[in-house]
Design a protein around this ligand. Structure first.
Ligand code: FRU
Length: 507
């Protein structure tokens, strides 16, 4: 009896330990599926008080395959409840990336009971087999019960060019053209095609955009949306396009174009060779904005926090893949032209706990105030830093320092560059492509570095220049790496002030 009791206790204790080791990198305020593989966010839409996040999902394992739309809902974009798979692979046809719209006027004829319904538009992918090449087509499905159950349209596909690479439809209602508009990629041609439809079933091609900007890999996950210009009455359209491989930092990444959309065509404001990058890290891909947000809410975008170079090798289980923090968007007028501005959604501050402050002019004195536990034991923090450069050549932050590992955020005044160095960030051996330092141009206003930094178990998101520069990086720190320190090189900084909070959204 006693022996059985002891064994059972040992088992329970052992399992508790093994579970916590497995979940060591579990994001605490970013979405990750409870188990298995995810890549791109899909079908982001706000409807009836809920934000819906669909996502590329393999229900059967932690590697890419059997692609289906997983599903989660949230009332605040921070606390997510995962629901059963929304759109499963069926008859050998995988459900690739796409978008969801709210059909308010029942243009599709799918909505019942005089109420709006949800219509998902996605790529059906039939893999190559028996000497037949792969086929990608655009398809639709609808839901009359707030996205809980879905019916695939009986006359799918709605768009078929008999091509192997034709994917990732982004659909929205266009007030300009009084019809539905779809932006969809021809990945190998480096083109985004624009189609129009009165009913989501019959589509007519209206225009093509591209090639332009960066074209060294496939074009995927196009996004077309309007944004207001900060402190002005005007607005412009943004056409964002995923590039894989060949992005700025290697592997997958995203570029954007700014221009006008007249209901049928996107007209680039800049020359075709100008390339603007949405994010200077390696880990933000196929980002998507939410359809149907209340008019009072700014545009919100979230991306897959990963890179195809090493996505299959990340040392997490029982899940693999996660999303970025939802980011509110605007455009800002700069000397170089209009630029995308991204900042963490405002609601994030509601998760803040245990405020800590440190201020001073000497690095050692500030670090003394910062010593002790600065990050939560799950390695989470929301950090605001301001550092006057003084006579220093470089200033920055050293994070997650334990057992010889650390991650550095470094601003260099002579090159006007900010970098995130994860060379020694902890567990890095799973891929050579993961190791290294990413850099972004950063012109300071005055001589003060101001950063907002989000740290969450296995990621660091840096927002500099009031959101004009975003750098998203996965990191896998050793346990106990709960530190936050400042540093200065080649001279003495002026005033330093650090304010940080721990964050948690997991129940
Ligand atoms: C981008 C992508 C999309 C495709 C999906 C498949 O990450 O390759 O183009 O629809 O992933 O999972």
């Amino acid at each position: 009896m006693l022996r059985v009791g002891f064994l059972r206790l040992a088992f329970i204790l052992g399992c508790a330990l093994c579970l916590s080791a497995q979940e060591q990198y579990r994001p605490q305020f970013h979405f990750s599926p409870e188990r298995n593989w995810t890549n791109d966010p899909n079908g982001l839409v706000y409807f009836d008080g809920e934000y819906h996040l669909f996502f590329q999902y393999n229900p059967f394992g932690d590697k890419w395959g059997h692609m289906s739309w997983g599903h989660a809902v949230s009332r605040d974009l921070l606390h997510w409840t995962q629901l059963p798979v929304a759109l499963p692979e069926e008859n050998g046809v995988m459900i690739f990336t796409g978008s969801t719209v709210v059909d308010k006027a029942n243009t599709s004829g799918f909505c019942t009971g005089g109420k709006p319904c949800l219509v998902a538009v996605y790529t059906g992918h039939t893999p190559a087999s028996n000497g037949k090449k792969a086929l990608q087509t655009q398809n639709i499905a609808y839901s009359n019960d707030r996205g809980r159950t879905w019916t695939k349209f009986s006359r799918n596909p709605v768009l078929d060019l008999h091509m192997s690479d034709f994917r990732d439809p982004k659909v929205f209602w266009s007030d300009e053209g009084k019809q539905w508009v779809m932006a969809v990629a021809l990945p190998d041609d480096h083109k985004v095609q624009i189609y129009g439809s009165p009913n989501l079933k019959d589509w007519k091609q209206m225009s093509d955009f591209g090639p332009a900007g960066a074209t060294s890999g496939q074009w995927e996950c196009p996004e077309l949306f309007p944004l207001p210009i900060e402190n002005e009455a005007g607005s412009r359209w943004v056409l964002k396009i995923g590039l894989n491989p060949g992005a700025l930092q290697g592997g997958s990444g995203e570029q954007y174009f700014i221009g006008r959309f007249d209901g049928t065509r996107f007209i680039n404001d800049n020359g075709p060779s100008q390339t603007l990058w949405t994010d200077y890290g390696k880990d933000c891909y196929c980002s998507l904005t939410f359809n149907n947000l209340p008019k009072t809410q700014p545009a919100v975008m979230m991306g897959w926090m990963d890179n195809w170079q090493y996505a299959a090798d990340l040392p997490t289980e029982p899940w693999r893949g996660q999303m970025t923090i939802p980011r509110k968007l605007t455009l800002r007028k700069t000397a170089g032209g209009l630029r995308l501005v991204q900042e963490p959604l405002d609601g994030l501050s509601s998760l803040r706990q245990q405020e800590q402050r440190a201020a001073g002019t000497a690095v050692s004195a500030v670090n003394k105030l910062l010593s002790g536990q600065q990050l939560s034991s799950r390695h989470t923090a929301d950090i605001n830093v301001s550092m006057d450069l003084g006579s220093a050549q470089a200033v920055g932050l050293k994070l997650l320092d334990a057992g010889g590992s650390e991650t550095r955020i470094h601003f260099d005044r002579s090159s006007n560059e900010i970098s995130v160095d994860r060379t020694k960030s902890g567990e890095t051996g799973f891929s050579r492509e993961f190791v290294g330092r990413v850099k972004a141009p950063l012109r300071l206003e005055g001589a003060t570095l101001r950063l907002r930094v989000l740290v969450d178990a296995d990621s660091i998101e840096v927002f500099a220049d009031g959101g004009q520069v975003a750098i998203t990086s996965l990191v896998f720190p050793h346990s106990g790496a709960e530190t936050l320190q400042v540093f200065a090189e080649g001279g003495d900084p002026g005033k330093i002030s650090v304010q940080s909070w721990m964050l948690n959204a997991r129940r």
